[in-house]
Design a protein around this ligand. Sequence first.
Ligand code: IMP
Length: 438
Amino acid sequence: MPAICVIGAQWGDEGKGKLVDILGETADVIVRYQGGNNAGHTIVVDGKKYTFHALPSGVLRGVRSLIASEVVLDPRQLFDEVEKFKTDINLGIDPRTSIIMPWHNDLDNIGEESRKKSTGSAIGTTSRGIGPCYEDDKNRSGIRFYELVGDPKNLEGRIREVHDTKKRILEQVYNVKPSYDIDETVRSYLFLGGYLRDYLADVSQEVGNALKENKKVIFEGAQGTLLDIKFGNYPKVTSSHPMSGAVFDSVGIPPMKMRTVGIIKAYVTKVGSGPVVTCLDNGLWPVDESKSNFEGNYIRNKGGEKGTTTGRPRRVGWMDAVALKYTHRLNSFSDLALMKLDCLSGLDKIKMAVAYEHDGKVTDDYRSWDLKFLSECKPVYEEFDGFGDISSARRYRQLPKNARKYVSRIEELVKVPITVVSVGPGREETIYRNFKKL
Ligand code: IMP
């Protein structure tokens, strides 16, 4: 099958970047299809760390890298990223992509403050203006990439026109002044439009043609399924669809059969608020490491679980097979890649939730929409004996028996084979089990 989709099966930060980079070796095209610079991928090559926010992970390999229409793009941040990689970048951006403007950042921050005031709990967004930009896109007032790189006069007019409305909202509804200077914004976006002009590409047509020619295409998701705007833990979610079905809408190709690889970490993490049934941090958000338990802090430190985008410590929890079965149902994973198994080594005991207990009843019904229900659920755990250092294992049979037991149990519960086990951040620190590239 020439098309493959890489999906976060938990709450994001599962390590999709590493897998896309591995698959990128044999790919012709890599397409990022949702989210924005709220995402962060870290890839380690020859000990050197590369961090991406908006660029598809394929740019490292010089593969044709595309940004599809349902991405929200911050040209200020993209500029920094492109400058870093300019020498061998092969980028195309769809004209229909909506652009993040400085008022989106202001409205994101204000929205969080008012949520906190009215409900006592903010979402914990990345402050990148993601939600407000999608809002404008859906109410048809967004500025699109086509306008950014088009006629400068038109762009200036559009920026000033939308700013007039946003300024009134900021000042008259929220009683705050815009944090940006409009003349400076116009100057900088005119510059960015010129800078990014050559990257304009009809992604829908290009990908459609590539698939017809039987080229190998990777669709790279950002975030994770449990952050999906509809099927995640609404409202503690992002504003796009990180699920496999969303690929077709965003890219502009008809639905087709594709292989869908689910990426899971050997435990779970979440940045931001919302229920995590297996949470090891007393459920607290923001994380207060002095109040977290031993295992939470151990895994967080070993896994370097701090946001790539925001630097915030992530909440950590044990593997949740109930949630994973749910995300498998939504995405239909053909195989799973298990990342960061090495970060569990050194623990005496490892746990995995195989069911929930609610009101005296045992269930494996993941009611994503009912946050009260989820926050009342208690995990029903299976316990596993721990294992030592596994970072030098390169074949599955080189893993200690206890590690293999843990891997097998996930496969048994979710009924999907685990074809990749990652035992370290480097490309070479990876175990393959009947894993097919493209
Ligand atoms: P937003 O996408 O910035 O609006 O944030 C909404 C929620 O999604 C917050 O809980 C964020 O922490 C979370 N989030 C957004 N992007 C990522 C990501 O790439 N990894 C993990 N969490 C994310």
